[in-house]
Design a protein. Sequence first.
Length: 84
Amino acid sequence: MEEFGITPEALAESIEQDLAHQARFRDHRGNEWNGQGEMPTWLRAASNAGVDPDFFRITPKPEEATVTANKDPRQLDFFAKPSL
């Protein structure tokens, strides 16, 4: 940390910000988006291909926290990792 000029305070601030803005969407490659700012390319491409962005949601929507939405079963393996 000293070599790059990173202070413990800066590190703590960065961690605090990450915790305050946790990822809400994630794909199988580990790409994440916290729902703020412009939609990332990977999620826009999936949406343009007809996949509901909620398929990638890792945190429930506040108004749907207790309701399980019906997902189109055709989308379940659309972006799954290929098994080797």
